[in-house]
Design a protein around this ligand. Structure first.
Ligand code: FE2
Length: 411
């Protein structure tokens, strides 16, 4: 297969991208590739697939059961999900149907890599077992990484630490945590230490829901970064959300940023979700509730965006379209300088791949898996401005999604 007349990011001219045995075999100037099965990109942007670096697949499409979130807060969301688990017991088939629907949305929007958190505050670990099955079922269309996520705490939930360990043994890829939800600051720190201890024991990545609260005194991020540095786990560690940083004072942030940079950790940020959840107990002016994305990127830290939720107890909307998440995030973080927008696809492609630790097999380079998207746009700017359609999604050299652009007639 050859993708002809491709516009590549940060490269002048048009290119032919050849694929052989599921891998990129050559990238040559347009018009020089051998006669083969061709897809003509007609000068459109060809990029590596979108990366969803933070979502909860096990929660998707469960909004309203047993009731809707009336306060719009994170804590009511946790309460509703806990009720859902006990009052309307989850079944394997119910979860699988919701997850398949979510993945099919994501695939249709060009997502091929997903890091999903999965609730392990459950003695049966049902969500994890279901997602391990789904991961195999969808392996030819989407790569799923699973975070063992103790939604109700490692210490605040009975046997939370043992369940986390069990989940890692069963096959979760990353160890999670939720220190701001533990009963005390001390339990929060202890929970972060436990996550690191277990990740090291089982050689796993780490992704911690960190300081997802409008409390300027919530400072578990410094613990996560310090441990990442001390253990040498550095970029194997991700701090998700970190919304309290929005409220930290600048003097503390100045000191903190030195550590964050040195630690090499990644940041997974969910702009629509946290704008929806945060600031709920503020009067006006209301905080936006998204971490300091612009400042983190300018400091050289890796930041990727995620959708977090699709129609669940925390967030009523969402579609799986990463361009929508990106467009929203650029606005709310005021990451809208010309150069920021001109390179913005990094946040949902390359940066996401760094967060997931998959850069060795990600990107349009000879020898790497032939995974790509053809976007109905000529540049990052146009893609985000028009929320451009993905016309083709190719994985391992096979077309897994094709879209015919809609036609509009003006009278
Ligand atoms: Fe989350």
């Amino acid at each position: 297969m050859v993708i002809t007349n491709a516009k590549l990011r940060n490269k002048d001219g048009l290119w032919d991208i050849s694929v052989k045995d599921g891998k990129f075999s050559a990238i040559t100037a347009a018009g020089t590739s051998p006669d083969d099965e061709k897809i003509d990109a007609e000068g459109r942007l060809v990029i590596p697939p979108y990366v969803e670096s933070h979502i909860h697949l096990d929660y998707a499409f469960t909004a309203g059961i047993p009731h809707h979130n009336m306060s719009g807060t994170l804590f009511e969301g946790i309460q509703i999900w806990s009720e859902h688990k006990t009052q309307a017991p989850l079944t394997e088939e119910y979860m699988k149907a919701n997850i398949r629907k979510t993945l099919e949305h994501q695939i249709s929007y060009g997502v091929q890599h997903v890091r999903s958190h999965v609730d392990i505050s459950d003695p049966e670990l049902l969500g994890l077992r279901v997602l391990l099955d789904i991961k195999k079922e969808y392996a030819d269309r989407v790569d799923i990484q699973l975070v063992a996520f103790p939604q109700e705490g490692i210490f605040a939930y009975k046997n939370g630490a043992a369940l986390l360990e069990e989940a890692l043994k069963l096959g979760a890829d990353c160890a999670g945590g939720i220190p701001h939800y533990e009963y005390t600051r001390e339990y929060g720190v202890k929970s972060v230490e436990k996550t690191f201890e277990l990740a090291q024991k089982y050689n796993k990545l780490i992704d911690i829901h960190c300081d997802e609260i409008d409390d300027e005194a919530s400072r578990f991020l410094e613990t996560v970064a310090a441990l990442a540095l001390e253990t040498g786990l550095t970029n194997k560690v991700t701090a998700s959300h970190t919304v309290a940083m929005h409220s930290y004072n600048n003097a503390y942030c100045m000191k903190l940023f030195g550590l964050l940079k040195k630690s090499g950790i990644n940041f997974a940020v969910c702009p629509p979700e946290n704008t929806h959840l945060q600031g709920r107990v503020d009067n006006y002016p209301k905080r936006r509730g998204v971490t300091r994305v612009k400042e983190l990127l300018e400091a050289g830290c890796n930041v990727s965006f995620g959708q977090d939720s699709i129609s669940d107890p925390w967030y009523p909307l969402g579609t799986g379209n990463m361009l929508r998440v990106l467009e929203f995030g650029l606005h709310v973080c005021q990451y809208t300088g010309y150069d920021d927008i001109a390179n913005c696809l990094d946040i949902i492609t390359e940066n996401g791949a760094k967060t997931l630790n998959i850069t060795d097999r990600y990107g349009i380079e000879v020898g790497k898996p032939a995974d790509l998207l053809i976007i109905n746009a000529k540049s990052d700017f146009e893609a985000v401005q028009y929320l451009s359609d993905v016309l083709y999604s190719v994985k391992d050299g096979k077309v897994i999604m094709k879209r015919v652009p809609s036609q509009v007639t003006l009278y």
